[in-house]
Design a protein around this ligand. Structure first.
Ligand code: GLC
Length: 419
């Protein structure tokens, strides 16, 4: 008995030593939108208890454009302090060379994710990031206000503008806006404007085969339509809004409609929200005349830096964050869309967040930004596009002239082919 106890104590001591010898500290950078940081922090605390791997979160701005600029600099400098990057779906081709190949690590789980997402994170056969959650926007609308004016959720952009105006005129509340969206000059505007253009039959900026298609009358008409909202149903300040500013106005009860990603659904239904249980979502409107609604594909992934000194532990941590268990929690707590197909069939998810089941169809039909065809040039393409759109919305040149100039810029950027 004594011997056994002594042995057990010695073994415990050894395993304690093994655990403490294994303890490592990692840094992960992540944008701070909605409750994302608090969520990741809580889950990583559980992970640390189980593994001895402590992942410290380094909060970054919410804007994907600002994050991208910073990450490019760090990676170019071979920064070994950041082990894990949370990466936007559009970045894979641009950052591939500086990220670890996850193909072997993910060999048993890659098949559980939507194949299109795995494909979007695969560059020349290298899996550069594991999917964390996917994103596709919807039109948020105030059920109570539409009911009051006997309106139904709009199917076209013009119906949306008309409904917004009807409610605003009826309410006579100077704080009430009709429609808020992401109008700042950044990647978010590329997403919103791609939806206006595509849903008006104006193409996808650069088509999947690499052809530059943006200079066309339907695209210009879509931008003109969006311009007509500014200062009528949308505040002039929308030209500086990103996701969180739109959500701020919406969640304090001051907008009839909002274009936003799924995360705003869970937050809007929290106890401190003025619009709790007063809203719902429908697919974004179309341009009418036989066109169909378009939702830009978004989403976030997890990648390990090639310069990390703890790659094995970092891979363990991202496998945990990308797992079905964490994705389920992210779906339940934050209405983030899972990338693992089976999570949509989970009984808890179906019962507690039924909206995600509807949202899955929006995601499945979502339009990708042209990051695959424009390869390492995507960031410049997008920057040129959102600048042309922001100028058009601000009255700095006409939409038609701005798109013509954009076509010339993109043609020069493309040169003898996208690389
Ligand atoms: C969301 C999307 C991301 C997109 C960004 C634009 O975070 O998931 O893909 O680039 O919005 O603001």
């Amino acid at each position: 008995m004594k011997i056994k106890t002594a042995l057990a104590t010695a073994l415990m001591g050894m395993s304690f030593m093994a655990a403490s010898a294994m303890a490592v500290d990692l840094n992960m950078v992540s944008g701070a939108t909605g409750g994302d940081l608090a969520f990741a922090q809580a889950k990583l605390a559980d992970f640390a208890k189980d593994t001895g791997i402590n992942v410290k979160l380094v909060p970054m701005p919410s804007s994907t454009t600002d994050q991208f600029g910073q990450y490019k600099l760090w990676l170019a400098a071979g920064n070994a302090d950041i082990d894990i990057y949370q990466t936007d779906v559009i970045w894979a081709p641009q950052l591939a060379d500086q990220l670890v190949d996850l193909t072997a690590a993910a060999k048993d789980v890659a098949k559980d994710h939507f194949p299109s997402i795995i494909e979007s994170q695969t560059v020349n056969g290298k899996l550069v990031a594991l999917p964390f959650f996917t994103d596709a926007p919807a039109l948020y609308y105030r059920k109570d206000l539409l009911d009051k004016y006997k309106l139904t959720p709009p199917k076209t952009w013009d119906e949306m503008a008309k409904a917004a105006k009807t409610v605003m005129d009826g309410e006579k509340n100077a704080d009430l806006q009709g429609f808020v969206f992401q109008g700042n000059a950044y990647e978010g505007l590329t997403c919103d404007a791609l939806e206006w253009v595509k849903s008006n039959g104006g193409g996808q900026i650069v088509e999947p085969d690499g052809k530059i298609s943006i200079n066309n009358p339907k695209a210009a008409a879509a931008l003109d339509r969006a311009k007509s909202w500014i200062g009528t149903i949308s505040p002039k300040g929308v030209l500086a809004y990103q996701e969180e500013e739109s959500r701020g106005v919406w969640q304090s009860g001051n907008s009839v409609f909002m274009r936003n990603w799924p995360y705003a659904f869970a937050l809007g239904n929290k106890d401190d929200s003025k619009i709790k249980d007063k809203f719902d979502v429908v697919p974004l409107p179309s341009g009418g005349d036989g066109t169909t609604s378009a939702a830009t594909l978004g989403g976030w992934n997890l990648a390990v830096s090639k310069y990390s000194k703890h790659q094995a532990e970092a891979i363990k941590a991202i496998m945990f964050l990308a797992s079905a268990q964490t994705q389920k929690a992210n779906a339940l707590e934050q209405t983030h869309l899972p990338t693992i197909v089976s999570v949509y069939d989970d009984a808890d998810v179906k019962a507690k967040q039924p909206v995600l089941v509807k949202w899955k169809d929006v995601f499945l039909a979502a339009v990708p930004r042209p990051s695959a065809p424009t390869k390492t040039k995507y960031n410049e393409v997008s920057n040129d596009f959102w600048t042309a759109v922001h100028d058009s919305l601000s009255g700095n040149g006409t939409s038609a002239d701005n798109l013509k100039a954009l076509e010339a810029k993109l043609t020069e950027l493309k040169g003898d082919g996208w690389k």
